[in-house]
Every structure is written in C-alpha cells, then in structure tokens.
Write a protein that binds this ligand. Structure first.
Ligand code: ADP
Length: 167
C-alpha cells in the first residue's frame, strides 16, 4: 500500500525520484507550478519537452529532472474546469493514474504531486483533493512506496488534509 503524506512546500525543491508537473498540452511551459519547474530545471528541459510533441489531457510523459533535485519530471496536463459535465472528474483521475504508471515504469519509490488543475484551471479544490487521494490510494503499486501532495498554500494543504480523513 502506498503511504500518503500532505505537506506544504515548493515542489521544485523536492528530493524524490519523481515530481509531477501540472503541465499544459503543449508541454512547453506556462505559469504556476509549470513555470516554476521549467525555470528551476533549466533550458535542457525545454529541449526535452519539445521533442515529446505535446501530451493529451489526462495522459503523462516523463523527462529527466535536469537541474532539479528530483530524478524525473512526469508531465501531465490536467483538465480545465468548465462545469463538471465535460468529463473533468475522469480526466483528473487519469492524470493521477497515468502519472503513477509512468513513475512505476521508471522504478520510482517516491513521488511528489502538486495539486493538479486547482490553480489557473479552476477545478474545485475539495473535489480535486478527493479524486487525487482516491486514485493514489487505490493504485496497484509495485515500486512506489510513498506519495506526497506538495501544497503551495495553506488552503490547499487544508483541503487535502480534510480529504485524507474521508478516504
Ligand atoms: P493548473 O493549470 O493545473 O491549475 P497551476 O500551476 O495553476 O496548475 O496550479 C496548480 C497548483 O500548484 C496550485 O495549487 C498552485 O498554487 C500550485 N503551485 C504553484 N507553484 C508551485 C510550486 N512551486 N510547488 C508546488 N505547488 C505549486
């Protein structure tokens, strides 16, 4: 069973096997956590991402961590929230599930996630937290031992802490 922890922090500082990036479908960097990861990993990441030719919403692709302390970066575009009737829940679940599959494929033991889609993509926070934690706790893991949600602010940490008490 995967051990789950919620912490407050900056995911670019994580010393883990893989961090997950809440990317966009171009994989060419953007704002929020995506911008912070591209900035901290350095220009080699931009070149590696260019060679991946984008990624569909809910899917995941992996690059090295380059200048980051993390060995790998798993890039997944989460869904943009519209009204909840555009498959948003399923797509967010896919982002977590497919990122964990990528982590397994790279024999990762430790994986850190940001709160995917709850920034500029406006997915409701508690709803996203429940989907994230359910998907992680039900994932059939072989190599992954520990997953952390790295919340950038206290409101996000509180939502995931609460969702953890429900799961
Ligand atoms: P999305 O486009 O998927 O909504 P955002 O980057 O806008 O992605 O936001 C996702 C979450 O990542 C938000 O909670 C935001 O506060 C958070 N975030 C921003 N920078 C960092 C960081 N350096 N480490 C961890 N989380 C971050």
């Amino acid at each position: 069973m995967i051990q789950i922890e919620i912490i407050k922090g900056d995911i670019t500082q994580s010393h883990v096997d893989a961090i997950v990036n809440a990317a966009n479908t171009t994989l060419m960097g953007g704002g929020g956590v995506d911008g912070a990861i591209h900035c901290a990993a350095g220009p080699e990441l931009d070149a590696a991402c260019e060679a991946l030719h984008g990624c569909k919403t809910g899917e995941a692709k992996t690059t090295p961590g380059f200048n980051l302390p993390a060995k790998f970066i798993i890039h997944t575009p989460g869904p943009i929230w519209h009204d909840g009737k555009n498959n948003e829940d399923e797509l967010l679940k896919n982002s977590y599930f497919n990122s964990l599959k990528e982590a397994e494929a790279h024999q990762c033991h430790t994986v850190d996630f940001p709160s995917i889609s709850t920034g500029v993509y406006h997915f409701p926070l508690l709803r996203a937290a429940k989907i994230a934690l359910n998907t992680i706790s039900n994932f059939p893991s072989y190599s992954i031992e520990k997953v952390r949600i790295v919340a950038f602010d206290l409101q996000t940490k509180a939502a995931y802490d609460y969702a953890l008490t429900l799961s």
